[in-house]
Design a protein around this ligand. Structure first.
Ligand code: ZN
Length: 109
């Protein structure tokens, strides 16, 4: 079972208390963008086997959104952090690199 610690209220919650919100750190494209950029924003998502950054909401708790970094293959959680960030904090990236040598943060435009 996936267990995440909500960074907003500090509660360690299993996935039945949470609701997934899809991929984190999406680049928003709206009016004025190209059709391809808008299509990718609406429909294109990462689906890695490995490290992934996701949005979660603590539905049966504080109700706040947050981000989680985890491995989709093993459910290993590298950390959670507030949703008001445009990229993972350095501490999360360091935790991933320590356990997944060769991993590096991709450049998300
Ligand atoms: Zn919470």
């Amino acid at each position: 079972m996936l267990i995440l610690t909500c960074p907003c209220c500090g509660v360690e919650a299993d996935e039945t208390e949470l609701h997934g919100g899809g991929e984190a750190h999406l680049s928003r494209h709206g009016p004025g963008s190209t059709d391809d950029a808008f299509r990718d924003y609406l429909f294109s998502r990462e689906n890695p086997r490995g490290v992934h950054f996701e949005r979660w909401r603590h539905v049966n708790g504080c109700g706040k959104w947050f981000h989680a970094a985890r491995c989709t293959a093993t459910l290993e959680v590298f950390g959670t952090y507030p949703a008001q960030t445009t990229e993972p904090p350095q501490s999360i990236r360091d935790a991933i690199t320590a356990r997944r040598s060769g991993w590096r943060w991709r450049d998300i435009a």
